[in-house]
Write a protein that binds this ligand. Structure first.
Ligand SMILES: NC(=O)c1ccc[n+]([C@@H]2O[C@H](COP(=O)([O-])OP(=O)(O)OC[C@H]3O[C@@H](n4cnc5c(N)ncnc54)[C@H](OP(=O)(O)O)[C@@H]3O)[C@@H](O)[C@H]2O)c1
Length: 230
């Protein structure tokens, strides 16, 4: 059986993805800060030491697919900035930590988490607003910057990991506006047919990532499989 590791598994999209993968007979290991009614599931604090420890305890287990789903857009003391004057240090640090640093703390273990001589796909949830060339609207400074930095870190990691793991592929994924707690406050102006369910997006993501041969070494993709310019 193929093996998948889902990090940030309490995300609404991640939960739908777990179901989608299990229906395809993929065995899923999940990791989150919160408990989920499933197994195998692990509670891990997202700091360097806890992640190192958890990876060490895996004892060489490898995953054909990894999905890193973490991301915040709003929350206590965090709201996407509408203007420069709304930018502040604390908010920027929190968003960068959740959206960029935490995924990178996992990504650094890729060489021991994916098989060396077999195909694998590592998917990291990004967002279209992380595209520098696509930025026409402005605003959302911290979220945009956190995803743009994430894109660069993933691209850089892909270059290094593929020197030793020639069949490893990397996907930066934009789910489209999806009905989850993350997008709730921003759904007002989204036409109904453009607001996706987590199940719909999970199906698209499964179709994109389970067949590895057509994927580039490191691609940035929309939910409909079209490429996004970095
Ligand atoms: N929904 C959308 O419209 C949309 C659009 C574009 C991109 N995305 C991206 O899709 C991904 C999944 O989002 P979602 O919509 O499914 O959101 P969600 O249901 O709100 O899930 C939040 C995710 O972020 C993690 N998280 C929350 N606070 C965190 C913190 N302080 N530090 C580290 N991780 C934290 C959670 O991990 P735990 O399981 O550990 O709690 C969970 O994986 C995110 O990367 C988001 O940026 C979503």
């Amino acid at each position: 059986m193929k093996q998948a590791l889902i990090i940030g598994a309490s995300s609404a999209i991640a939960k739908a993805l777990i179901e989608e993968l299990e229906q395809q007979q993929v065995e899923v290991t999940s990791v989150s800060r919160s408990q989920l009614e499933r197994s195998p599931h692990y509670l891990v604090d997202y700091d360097d030491e806890a992640i190192n420890e958890w990876v060490k305890e895996l004892n060489g287990q490898r995953f054909d697919y990894i999905y890193i789903c973490n991301g915040v857009l709003h929350g206590q003391g965090v709201a996407p900035e509408k203007s420069l004057s709304a930018f502040n240090e604390q908010q920027f640090s929190e968003v960068i930590r959740a959206n960029t640093l935490v995924p990178m703390l996992w990504l650094k273990h890729t060489p021991v988490l994916v098989p060396r001589n077999e195909p694998s796909v590592v998917t990291i949830f990004s967002a279209r607003v992380g595209s520098i060339s696509d930025n026409r609207l402005g605003g959302w400074y911290s979220y945009r910057a956190s995803k743009a930095a994430l894109n660069m870190l993933v691209k850089t990691a892909s270059v290094e990991v593929r020197r030793t793991h020639k069949q490893a592929k990397f996907v930066l994924f934009h789910p489209g506006t999806t009905d989850t707690p993350l997008s709730k406050p921003f759904q007002k102006n989204v036409p109904e047919h453009k607001l996706f369910t987590p199940a719909f997006v999970a199906q698209r993501l499964r179709e994109l990532t389970l067949e590895t041969q057509d994927l580039p070494e490191c691609g940035y993709f929309d939910w409909d499989k079209s490429a996004i310019q970095f």
